[in-house]
Structure formats: C-alpha cells, structure tokens
Design a binder for this molecule. Structure first.
Ligand SMILES: Cc1cc2nc3c(=O)[nH]c(=O)nc-3n(C[C@H](O)[C@H](O)[C@H](O)COP(=O)(O)O)c2cc1C
Length: 339
C-alpha cells in the first residue's frame, strides 16, 4: 500500500458495511466531510529551491515534549470495532512512531491499559461526578493532557448510522472509560449548557494541561486564551457534528493569528497527504491530528496497519520538505502557499 488513499479503499474489505459507514460517515449531507479534504487541494504550494539540506528534521515540540513528526492520533471511538486489539495496537503504533495518541472517552479499552504517550479526550457529562471520576482516572493512568471536546453540545445527525440502524456496540464491547466509580458502564450524554465558566471547575479537578478540541471561531480562540487553556485543536469533528462548518484548513489562519503563538494550535480533518501537513504548518499549526486513516490502518492490519499509516506520512513529509527546500518544519511559512 503506497498511500493513505489506497489504505482507505482497502479497509472497506476488512469491515462490515455498517461499521465502515460508522467510521467513514459525517453529519447530514456530509458537506463538511468532503470540504475538509477538498479545501487542502485548493491551496497551491510555491516551493523554494537550492535551500534544502541532506537531512530533514521532522520533529516538533508540543506541550513540553518532542514528538518525532507533527502528526498525532486524533481521538476516535471504538477501536475494537476495527480490530480485536483495538486501542492497544493504535497506542503501540503511535509509540513506535514517536508520537502521541489522544485516547477517546469512547474507547473500547480501559485507559489504564493503553501504553505510551497519551492525552485523554472527554466530553463533560451532565453527571459532573462521573466526569470528575473519568478525568482523575485518566490522570492516574498517566495521560499527560486533557482534551475537552467543545463541539458536542448535541449528537451529530449521522444519517448513514440511522439508515443502518447502528445504535449500539456489539456484545462484548463497551465504552470502558464510561464506567463510574461502581464499575457500571454509563451511556454517553451531552451537556448543551456547558459554558466557559465550567473550565475553572475542570482546572480544579485536574492539574493536567487542558486543550480545547473543536474551536472554529477566532473569537472563541481568544476567549480560550483568556481562560488560560494550554492548547487548541481546530476541528469540526471530521464533519460528524454540525454539517456545513467550514473546512478546518480554511479556518486555521484566523485562529493562528488570534492566538499569536501563545499556545500550540493543532488541526484535524481531512489530512491525507504530507502536503496537507505542510499547508497546516505553513499556516501556523504546530501539528495535525488524523482520525479515519488510523481506523483504516487498524482494520487492515492492527498495529502494523497503523504503523504503516504513520510511516507513509513520515516518508511523504520528509520528501515534501526536501522538495520545498526546507530542512525543518520551522522553514515552512505562509509565503509557500497560494490560493
Ligand atoms: C469514527 C470516528 C469516531 C470519532 N470519535 C471521536 C471521539 O470519541 N471524540 C472526539 O473528540 N472526536 C471523535 N472523532 C473526531 C476525530 O477526533 C477527528 O476530529 C476527526 O476524525 C478528524 O478528521 P479525519 O477523520 O478526516 O482525520 C471521531 C471521528 C471518527 C471518524
């Protein structure tokens, strides 16, 4: 397999149709889902020449740690639907590639069993004691940051799943991180009344750095800075929540200019080629997250499949830097882009 596109096609044969739809699909008319990818294609590169070096440095620093490439695993639910070893395989692949896995609250493996450099993604639950328990569990398990998804005031309207009648996990799989203190698996709920003022409470219950995922408006990025957050992820949830949200790469420049380098800004949504990563870096993102490609790799070949996804991006990125006349990610700036 020589590209993430090929992996995506191949994965279809490894998944039941309703599971494939669950992973691949978006909300409503899937406008945002398509836009995330096509917006990257609209941006042209204007490479520099005669300024490269024999070795390229792909590493970047993120919340005080160095990662080997500017790609993290975005949080996605239910990895054991893709492969029996689920999140453990994903985490080992991330570890082998020298990067971070963001573990989903909807993971099918307990956070305590997931190895490597991890962050924990959660949605605040109406039962705040449950959230407190989950967050403290993740901190105890060694997760190094909290990722609060702020784009889930309601559940996205995913028509593929409605059509397929996919509304619960098969027997034997549960959202392991939805267990309460008594060990009972609770249903994931939404908290439409979650407000900026709740961030102070999250700070009280955990000492971990706090990253907000699902920021799209520059005014919210500024507000997040006022509330002392440690990082932002520009994300429209891979087109699975509000349809018609603009493509993340189109949203990125206003956010990075509002943030002005004060905290790291990540982007996810539609990253399928290293040139997408080059464009995101040139517009000020520290790193990108990948969601679906990880699930495709996992479905095809477990840990090795996810390793393949990450190594393909690494090889492509190294080549793209050489062809842009860059020796490190810091050489990528907005003057390399035209659109
Ligand atoms: C099957 C699936 C499950 C997801 N589950 C979660 C989740 O549990 N929490 C979350 O914050 N985002 C979740 N996301 C969104 C991803 O974190 C990410 O924003 C998105 O997948 C990025 O787009 P991409 O798939 O085009 O790379 C999920 C996405 C997919 C495709």
């Amino acid at each position: 397999m020589i590209s993430l596109r090929e992996l995506e096609n191949e994965a279809r044969a490894h998944l039941a149709p309703e599971v494939h739809d669950l992973f691949a699909g978006g909300a409503d008319d899937e406008i945002t889902l398509r836009a995330n990818e096509s917006a990257f294609a609209r941006i042209g590169l204007v490479p520099r020449v005669l300024s490269g070096s024999a070795e390229r440095d792909l590493s970047t620093s993120l919340l005080g740690r160095t990662i080997a490439l500017p790609v993290v695993i975005a949080p996605t639910a239910f990895h054991r639907l893709a492969h029996p070893d689920g999140e453990i395989s994903t985490a080992r692949a991330a570890q082998a590639a020298g990067t971070i896995m963001i573990v989903s609250m909807a993971a099918t493996t307990p956070v305590e069993e997931i190895p490597g450099d991890t962050w924990f993604q959660f949605n605040v639950q109406p039962d705040r004691e449950l959230t407190r328990y989950q967050v403290q569990r993740a901190e105890k398990a060694g997760c190094r940051a909290l990722v609060l998804s702020v784009d889930v005031a309601a559940f996205g309207h995913r028509e593929r799943d409605l059509r397929n009648g996919f509304d619960h996990l098969p027997d034997g799989l549960v959202c392991e991180n939805m267990r309460d203190a008594a060990g009972v698996v609770r249903r994931i709920e939404f908290a439409p009344d979650l407000a900026w003022s709740d961030l102070a409470w999250i700070r009280e219950i955990s000492a971990l750095p706090l990253v907000l995922k699902g920021i799209t408006h520059p005014a919210d990025a500024r507000r997040a800075l006022d509330h002392g957050v440690d990082g932002l992820i520009v994300s429209n949830h891979g087109g699975r929540q509000l349809d018609s949200v603009a493509a993340t790469i189109d949203l990125l420049p206003d956010i990075t200019s509002a943030v002005g380098g004060r905290v790291p800004v990540l982007l996810d949504g539609g990253v399928r080629r290293s040139t997408d990563i080059v464009k995101a870096r040139a517009l000020g993102a520290t790193a990108v997250g990948i969601g679906r490609p990880v699930l495709w790799g996992l479905a095809i070949d477990g840990q090795r499949g996810v390793e393949r996804v990450l190594s393909l991006l690494r090889e492509e990125l190294d080549r793209a830097l050489a062809l842009c006349g860059a020796s490190s990610l810091d050489d990528l700036s907005e003057d390399l882009l035209r659109w």
